[in-house]
Design a protein around this ligand. Structure first.
Ligand SMILES: Nc1ncnc2c1ncn2[C@@H]1O[C@H](COP(=O)(O)OP(=O)(O)OP(=O)(O)O)[C@@H](O)[C@H]1O
Ligand SMILES: [Mg+2]
Length: 260
């Protein structure tokens, strides 16, 4: 287990500076986005539909380029090693769990004992040891999402991007996956940017919540959730959790008001 570094003393991973993204003549998906991501951060992007959350992730993933502004990875390495998880698990239905998780290695032309170890370790981290040879159709929605998360972290990436990964799941499964995601963060020290519409989810998971508003897509507030990890299920019933939820909910309310 890696002890979490306090906020403010973590090595930088990437910086977005004054990033605008304009589609066509006048759809301002993102305006003046400023974001510092440091190692071990768990950052949520919280905001209403159309405020540019997915656009921000796609820009960071290098799937498109900013209209203006810069995205710089520390160490000048350019586009860093990334893991990505979407709302749909996007598994290959014709092959096994282990082969699905192996995809990032296959794309890099890597195989062998180290790869097999990494797959075993990733499946263990998401609680799917023993399911190596199962096919996606044999798994529940929550288990498919676990496979998708294992695939995202199997190469031990510098940054994991998650775009509403649990939105399609029932609440009980979602809470369970929230708990497990935090366990995984404690074990691996991974750095995550997590997109959600849910105030509760963002407070439970994050140490920083970036609240965004639409038209134009922009950041309106950043909230620190300065509560120690590991956070267990009991965190959900603390007064501190309730206070952070109220603050995030107020900020989201402002975001929607501005957008109206
Ligand atoms: N490829 C594109 N071409 C044109 N407009 C786009 C494109 N991608 C996004 N947009 C527009 O940019 C704005 C931001 O979209 P984005 O998908 O980033 O929002 P979001 O916050 O992820 O919303 P949701 O919560 O619904 O997923 C929206 O107005 C959207 O219609
Ligand atoms: Mg989106």
């Amino acid at each position: 287990m890696q002890a979490p570094l306090p906020l403010g003393s973590r090595p930088p991973v990437l910086r977005m500076s004054a990033v605008d993204k304009v589609f066509g003549a006048d759809i301002v998906a993102l305006k003046g986005m400023q974001l510092d991501v440091n190692q071990g951060d768990f950052i949520s992007l919280l905001g209403p539909s159309g405020c540019g959350k997915s656009t921000a992730l796609r820009l960071i993933a290098g799937l498109m380029t900013p209209t203006t502004g810069r995205i710089e990875w520390s160490g000048g390495t350019g586009q860093g090693d990334l893991g990505v998880v979407f709302q749909e698990p996007t598994l290959m239905p014709w092959t096994t769990v282990a082969k699905n998780v192996a995809l990032p290695f296959r794309l890099r032309g890597k195989s062998g004992a180290e790869v097999a170890d990494a797959i075993r370790n990733a499946l263990d981290l998401v609680g799917l040891s023993g399911f190596e040879n199962a096919y996606p159709r044999e798994l529940s929605g929550g288990m498919k999402m676990r496979v998708s998360i294992a695939r995202a972290l199997v190469t031990n990436p510098r940054l994991i991007l998650m775009d509403e990964p649990f939105a399609a799941l029932d609440e009980i499964t979602r809470f369970k996956l929230n708990n497990d995601l935090l366990d995984l963060k404690t074990k691996t020290g991974c750095t995550v940017i997590f997109v959600t519409h849910s105030v509760f989810e963002s407070v439970f998971l994050s140490d920083r919540i970036v609240v965004m508003a639409a038209r134009p897509g922009r950041v309106i507030r950043t909230l620190e959730v300065d509560e120690p990890y590991p956070r267990a299920e009991a965190f959900r019933t603390t007064p501190e959790y309730a206070a952070h939820c109220r603050a995030a909910s107020d900020a989201l309310h402002d975001a929607m008001g501005i957008a109206a």
